[in-house]
Ligand binder design. Structure first.
Ligand code: NAP
Length: 310
């Protein structure tokens, strides 16, 4: 029987996804009709971007699951009309992209690259940077992305701690959890990487109190979500030097408004939500596998816990 899959995202995404999605479904041996338009009552699965036109799931009476195209689900997880399972994107292309962004920005600060990029004033300044093992990096969030980044940095020799809701045990990482764990994680963070989801429990996790617990002159990298940081507290902390630099990829309002002080602060670097993204070449196989599982009555991969919000 044909499985009807609605691709509910902006038109330009369909242009990118149509071919790899159809190829992935064919490789998975699925007989599926993949389209951007269906009568709602005929749809079995929705491949979904939360900024699509579909906001009311009520008319989708035979829907089996919604497969989110993005890792973050904060824009859809609270939708009360959605009563079927919601999956989030776990895609090794996206994971690889995040490893590269985080590693690049950690190395920028670890090696003090800005000094050489912006300080060519004819002064010969000897002295090699320290080795990675003397740089303590903490990653908040040890999920798909946080753990991959932490392991990559540990492989390079950095002294790594990770913090998560549930206690983890990962070779080569100091794994922490709970309130006490957060304090320990912050107190040792020369460089802090935020890879938590946006939930009611994580909003403002990095507030003024948390920033004060970081070593003086710490660096913050936020490729997680803008809501993790109290923006005013961050501006204060970079102003006093408590935070030496913050590199931010995600913001409470995106695109970041032109007049936002983050754009103009010398110790804040803005990147435009490009730390990583879902890569159609690898993500389409994940989507097809989930539809195959659903059709076979098997458990879906990467199902979101609606209570926890991620
Ligand atoms: P994930 O696999 O769901 O991992 C989330 C991690 O956060 C888990 O380790 C989880 O702990 C931890 N966590 C959640 N709530 C917590 C809490 N209250 N206290 C402590 N730890 C908590 O998510 P992911 O795939 O790694 O993605 C993380 C986030 O990255 C996404 O939600 C998204 O916002 C962001 N992201 C950004 C970009 C970008 O381009 N900037 C791209 C992709 C994703 P447990 O392990 O105990 O559950």
């Amino acid at each position: 029987m044909t499985i009807n899959v609605l691709f509910a995202a902006r038109q330009e995404r369909w242009d990118t996804y149509e071919r790899p999605l159809k190829d992935a479904f064919s490789r998975a041996g699925l007989t599926a009709d993949l389209r951007t338009d269906f009568a709602p009552a005929e749809v079995d699965y929705i491949v979904y971007a939360p900024n699509s036109d579909v906001q009311d799931f009520t008319p989708f009476v035979r829907l089996k699951a919604v497969l989110n195209l993005w890792a973050g689900v904060e824009a859809v997880v609270g939708n009360k009309t959605l009563t079927v399972p919601l999956t989030r994107m776990v895609d090794h292309g996206m994971t690889q992209g995040m490893r590269e962004w985080v590693t690049g920005h950690v190395l920028r600060h670890h090696l003090g690259l800005d000094r050489y990029l912006h300080g060519q004033d004819g002064t010969w300044r000897p002295g090699a940077p320290p080795l990675a093992q003397s740089r303590r990096v903490t990653v908040l969030g040890l999920g798909e992305l946080g753990r991959a980044c932490a392991e990559t940095l540990a492989f390079l020799g950095f002294d790594i701690a990770g913090w998560s809701r549930t206690q983890k045990s990962v070779a080569g990482l100091l794994c922490l959890s709970g309130e006490d764990g957060l304090q320990k994680a912050l107190e040792r963070a020369d460089i802090l990487v935020l890879l938590l989801p946006d939930t009611t429990a994580t909003r403002n996790v990095l507030d003024a109190k948390a920033m004060a617990q970081l070593p003086q002159g710490a660096v913050i990298l936020n490729p997680g979500r803008g809501t993790l940081i109290d923006d005013e507290a961050l501006l204060d902390a970079v102003g006093t030097g408590q935070i030496a630099h913050a590199t931010l990829d995600v913001f409470r309002t995106e695109p970041l408004p032109k007049d936002h002080p983050f754009w103009h602060h010398p110790n804040i670097t803005v990147t435009p939500h490009i730390a990583s993204e879902t890569r159609p070449e690898t993500a389409c196989a994940v989507i097809a596998e989930n539809v195959r599982r659903g059709a076979a009555g098997e458990a879906l991969l990467h199902v979101v816990d609606r209570q926890l919000g991620y």
